[in-house]
Write a protein that binds this ligand. Structure first.
Ligand code: ADP
Ligand code: MG
Length: 321
């Protein structure tokens, strides 16, 4: 029987990355980090509960990836540089095959973004993964939700709606050809946090948010916090070839209100268009302009000709759905 300490040592401690910012990692009562002078700490937590955020039986490697990806995505949305994270894990049993897969997916992403695991807590219980991530950003340069300004362009990374497409296929609401199923399921289960672009947009963009609950709702948070409104052009939303095969109504519903994409929605002043495009190219991140921040409160969604669309969009909310 695997003890708690052997489990931590074998799957989490043994693969600690060397990192000059980590003075002391796993093994003591606290980890010790050395932030860079002049930087502010950016801290965020996200919890994933089996049966709520992921299906029982989800591939453990992908689950490890996603658990950290959603947290890295929060740092990306602030323009912060990752420093490290803690992992609090409730496990029904110590299944070594599961632990090997989970820690493998988790720590591979941690290595990719130089974000070492620095501590955590392990307990028996219904499968729950809670990560707290720490990052840093130059004082005053974080991409806050309350910083959008009238006249800003609205930009989006990637192709929102793909994770929702994957969910619909897994829930058998729709059927996809095998290659498109593989693509959409991968977008759902192993999202790409836009960490590099987030940092590159410091000093260029005004506001940013990552898309966890759906574009219309998440952009709505920027609008409310900034005391502004917006118009976005539904036909300008980038659509993947997989989602592009679906009827237009579903494309719009998933693209505008599908959750779990972990793309970034960004506002930036229009004189910085060239800088936005250059930053996206340097980070190899697809970036599309989809609308404008306006004085009039509320979110308006129009078609190519500017006609207002009357769409019933539902953003995800844990306590109403
Ligand atoms: P404490 O008694 O202070 O809560 P623990 O015995 O829970 O400490 O943990 C021992 C060490 O292992 C600590 O440094 C803690 O941060 C680390 N740790 C515990 N669980 C995990 C985990 N799931 N991932 C990474 N580190 C962990
Ligand atoms: Mg503990």
């Amino acid at each position: 029987m695997l003890s708690e300490f052997t489990l931590i040592a074998r799957y989490f401690q043994s693969r600690q990355q060397a990192d000059s910012r980590v003075v002391l990692g796993i093994g003591d009562d606290c980890a010790l980090l050395a932030p860079t002078t002049g930087m502010q700490l950016a801290i965020s937590s996200d919890m994933l509960v089996e049966g709520r955020h992921f299906f029982p039986g989800t591939d453990p490697t992908r689950l490890g990836h996603k658990s950290l990806a959603v947290n890295l995505s929060d740092l990306a949305a602030m323009g912060a540089t990752p420093m490290g994270f803690t992992l609090s894990l409730a496990l029904p049993k110590a299944n070594e095959t599961w632990l090997a897969g989970f820690s493998g997916g988790l720590l591979a992403l941690a290595e990719q973004y130089q974000c070492p695991l620095i501590g955590g807590d392990t307990t028996k219980g219904p499968l729950t993964i809670s990560i707290t991530i720490l990052g840093q950003t130059p004082a005053g340069q974080a991409l806050r939700r309350d910083a959008a300004q009238v006249g800003d362009d609205i930009w989006i990374t990637g192709t929102p709606g793909d994770a929702r497409l994957g969910l619909a296929a897994l829930q058998e609401e729709i059927t996809l050809p095998p290659d498109m199923l593989a693509y959409a399921q991968q977008r759902l289960e192993a999202p790409t946090p836009r960490v590099q672009l987030g940092q590159a947009l410091r000093g260029i963009a005004h506001a940013a948010i990552d898309l966890s609950d759906g574009l219309s709702g998440d952009l709505g948070h920027i609008l409310t916090a900034s005391g502004v409104g917006a118009t976005i052009v539904a036909d300008d939303l980038p659509v993947s070839s997989a989602l592009g095969m679906q009827p237009q109504e579903r494309q719009r519903q998933y693209g505008l209100a599908g959750g779990d994409d972990y793309e970034l929605c960004i506002t930036a002043p229009f004189p910085r268009r060239a800088a936005m495009i250059a930053a996206a190219a340097a980070c190899h991140t697809p970036l599309t302009r989809i609308g404008t921040i306006e004085q009039q409160p509320g979110l308006r969604i129009v078609d190519q000709r500017g006609t207002l669309l009357d769409l019933a969009l539902f953003s995800f909310d844990h306590f109403t759905s």
